[in-house]
Design a protein around this ligand. Structure first.
Ligand code: GLA
Length: 416
């Protein structure tokens, strides 16, 4: 499966070059570090088009790397120190490449340390550097701002250190960094999506075999992020409980003599034969995952055939399952679901990310997107009292160099 993909090389095709943002970040870097930046990397966020909580169940996801992203701008240092600063969040940090975790930094900086530490553990050389971060992803809203940062860090150190990492290995390293050092027991979906993405493509990801193929959206349908702007509550502990419920279900299904490795080995018909004997909570969780796996393929098929009725139905079933079976919705997500369904151009809308707040994803007719964004935001605000963020996204390429440093230097000289 999968086209050729590399996270190294020249500037990335499919990334619109935002000159104003580039100039602002370059200026901030100069102001902070009194020198010129030499390396620019970016990594996208992601939204799942279908496949909630299937990744850690060895299942399938249809995922969209999105054109909201994280930029890391850096210049080498020769004293083994990594200096960190962000344009989004106040507070600088610093660590030593020779003893990365000597002092644990807090907030977003631990993600940088975590990836750096695992690179060291895997035998890669770390290069000291001054780093400025700038992101356009909402933080903690289900669009993988953390994985985006992790991937950008891995690409940055590989560029500065002159080594190559296979993209799947890079995704696994970033996932391990989050599991082992940050302490979030996530699956591989986020890191895989933000590293292996291709412009204008969705990834149909097999989370057990770690393989993907690309799928396309019909040209006149756009994914629209509907951020409830409701902070995710209980997400870490409730996420762990959901994982545990699924594992309990798998063990109870195996105890009935079924030879399964994970829930992806069951069809809905197989599941109906074993479900009565399961603990009721585990049964609800497993039913959702089994059905959601099937919806991943059904949605890819519906996109391929531009079957809008099927897209709408699959998204609705996914949302209902997330609400009634997996129990990961909160009232404001229901308010957003209702608002989106009443807005112009809507084809389908569903929960995205881990749930418990955060974002929904809608699929909207391209020529009605502006009307949808305004109307959906207004309707949601009326229901919840909260001003949401509703905006269309495009499928973007995975993590890599933003622009070639040599070309930047030439451009800067030419315009000086
Ligand atoms: C979070 C996790 C992912 C995945 C989703 C739910 O984003 O980081 O690994 O489990 O939730 O699909």
């Amino acid at each position: 499966m999968g086209k050729q993909h590399t996270t190294q090389g020249d500037s990335q095709p499919g990334v619109a070059f935002d000159r104003a943002r580039f100039d602002a970040v370059a200026e901030a870097f100069r102001k902070k570090y009194a020198r010129e930046p030499e390396c620019w990397v970016r990594a996208p966020g992601r939204v799942d088009a279908m496949g909630s909580h299937t990744d850690y169940n060895g299942g399938f996801v249809l995922t969209v790397p999105v054109d909201r992203d994280t930029w890391l701008v850096a210049a080498r240092r020769d004293d083994h120190q990594v200096h960190l600063s962000s344009l989004n969040i106040e507070g600088d940090g610093q660590f030593d490449c020779r003893d990365v975790l000597a002092e644990r930094l807090s907030g977003w900086q631990i993600y940088v340390q975590a990836v750096a530490q695992l690179l060291v553990e895997d035998g890669y050389p770390l290069t000291g550097c001054d780093v400025m971060v700038h992101g356009t992803l909402p933080i903690g809203s289900g669009l993988s701002s953390s994985a985006s940062l992790e991937a950008a860090v891995a690409v940055l150190f590989s560029q500065l250190g002159g080594f190559q990492l296979d993209p799947v290995d890079m995704a696994l390293l970033c996932q391990r960094a989050e599991n082992k050092i940050v302490g979030v027991n996530c699956g591989v979906l986020d890191q895989y999506s933000v590293i292996l993405g291709e412009a204008d493509s969705l990834l149909l990801l097999d989370c057990r075999d770690l393989k993907h193929s690309y799928a396309a959206l019909p040209a006149d349908i756009l994914p629209v992020i509907c951020n409830t702007c409701t902070p995710r509550s209980l997400s870490n502990s409730a996420y762990g409980e959901r994982r545990e419920n699924c594992m309990t279900g798998v063990r109870q299904i195996q105890a009935q003599g079924r030879d399964i490795g994970s829930l992806r080995d069951l069809t809905a018909e197989d599941f109906a034969e074993v479900s009565a004997q399961l603990d009721p909570v585990a049964a609800r969780r497993c039913q959702f995952v089994v059905e959601e796996n099937q919806r991943v393929f059904d949605l890819a098929h519906a996109f391929e055939n531009d079957d809008r009725v099927a897209i709408g139905r699959l998204c609705r079933d996914s949302f209902m399952g997330a609400r009634d079976l997996y129990e990961i919705t909160v009232p404001n997500m229901e308010a957003m679901f209702a608002a989106a369904l009443e807005s112009p151009g809507i084809i389908g809308v569903r929960q995205a990310g881990a749930g418990f707040g955060g974002c929904l994803v809608a699929f909207v007719e391209r020529d009605k997107v502006t009307a949808f964004e305004q109307d959906c935001a207004r309707r949601y605000q009326q229901r919840s009292g909260i001003t949401p963020e509703v905006y269309a996204v495009a499928a973007a390429p995975g993590a890599g160099l933003l622009v070639d440093a040599q070309k930047i230097a030439e451009q800067t000289l030419a315009t000086a």
